[in-house]
Unconditional design. Sequence first.
Length: 351
Amino acid sequence: MDLVRLQNSLDNISFAILFTTMLIYWVGAAFPRIPYLSVLGSTGMAIANLCIATLLGARWLEAGYFPISNLYESLFFLTWGITTIHLIAENMSGSRLVGIFTSPVAMGISAFAALTLPSNMQISEPLVPALKSNWLMMHVSVMMLSYSTLMVGSLLAIAFLIITSGQKVELSGSSFGTRAYRNNHFVKHSENLQLETEGANLNEIKNNHEPFPLSTKNGHSQTAVLEMTQVTQTVEAETTLSPERLNIAQTLDNISYRIIGLGFPLLTIGIIAGAVWANEAWGSYWSWDPKETWALITWLVFAAYLHARITRGWQGRKPAILAATGFAVVWVCYLGVNLLGKGLHSYGWFF
């Protein structure tokens, strides 16, 4: 009974912490000069992560099996995974923008699990026969971790799309480079581009333009100064992002790619483990169950994303749009197909 009370307290505490953390990140975005907000946001996510881990541990002790067999447990496991990957992504990027997008999702999931689900769906119940297997931990936990990872990577891609919305952006540097490398590469690229533009325009002026006698000032012709001013204005008009915002966008693109690159192998392992378990339980590796079908669709979407990044060298908005689509596909695979109440994976959820 003490473990049940502890769980009831921890789910509400984790929701309250995540809600406060979300507000901290949003206030920090609106007022970036306020000190320590970024540290407070990271601390809040870490505390919420520990609270959820303790909740799941208490439930494991109470029920005697890995706590991921019904909707309540899987939602909190998903939230734990999102907060864990958030901390990794935030450490890699060094940007509070990660929390602006991940904290509302984590808070919303915990709120749905703790405040919306009826009490009879929150209690631990004996496992149905199909779930009494060691594959429960192997398959379901890996799939849930892959969902968490892919969601965070997709959220960073959505953040990239918002940062660059309605603007033309060209990224430089390697997708595998460190943040310091990307910063130095961007500065050097900008300096070289400026020198090349000035040199090209001066040569063009010298070779092709002499419309009227010129007076000089400080060794430069007025025509050259005029045309260089026009070129500068044109370049500034075409430059849609400031260097700071471009650097942020480049970081989000890079970290999104890395996080999705981590989630995709987890998804692959989870699907393979599920196929092996399905063969043991139902005598078939693949039965085109709605859950299995959407897992395959999810795999194909993110496989296409990684193929575009690695083989085709895509960067920027095109792969980000594909990753953002993957965010919706993950939700359909995880929760949407269970709303139908059909298929071999519908037990322990809504119906």
